[in-house]
Design a protein around this ligand. Sequence first.
Ligand code: ADP
Ligand code: MG
Length: 226
Amino acid sequence: MTTGILHCQQLGKTYTEGPNDVTVLDGVNLDIQSGERIAIVGTSGSGKSTLLHLLGGLDLPTTGSIWVDGQELSGMSDKRRGDIRNEYLGFVYQFHHLLPEFTAVDNVAMPLLIRGVDAKEARDRASTLLSNMGLDDRLSHRPVELSGGERQRAAIARALVTEPSVVLADEPTGNLDEKTADAVFNMMLELNERVGTALVMVTHDTSLAARMDKSYHLERGHLTLG
Ligand code: ADP
Ligand code: MG
């Protein structure tokens, strides 16, 4: 069986922190090919962020397995999983997760520096991408000095800057006005078309979802097509 760049089988997630166990995901299967564009929709609390975090190696499933380019995440050390994330994935968190003590350009340059890209080149590439997102006069601002929409765009730039195999984006345009959302989405599509980056996007925006190849619905722990 050949599988895509990102693949999961029988994924389950049960949170056991509170007084009651909460099963959020129950037997999720998904196979994402290189260059494929996928939307995930579902009501608030249906487990969309949980699923994206698992696929991105940011959290571990209770059951089931995830493979990135054929490499299974759950058996790996945290260090190795971090390396895989940096090599293959770009992640846009639902809430930006920019590092507060760093400027916009340094936040965006960070994944390149982790890869060992020369500091000057990393900052140049980060600056160019931020400028393309309309943030050319915000390069030296720290997150607290940016508006919600500007922070969101910087967080998206950080996910795209390495031109990864897969971008996992959790409601990336949720904080943006329609025009900016459209511009940012088009940048994701440009990367998708130019380098074959697969896009996995959680969204409530049905017009954006309609521009993807497939749309999955997450409900009661199950993921279904359409
Ligand atoms: P969505 O992104 O679709 O709104 P989430 O994945 O954030 O949904 O959350 C799904 C469910 O899991 C919610 O009921 C939420 O309260 C619960 N949940 C999420 N994270 C945790 C956690 N760390 N501990 C316990 N429950 C959690
Ligand atoms: Mg969420």
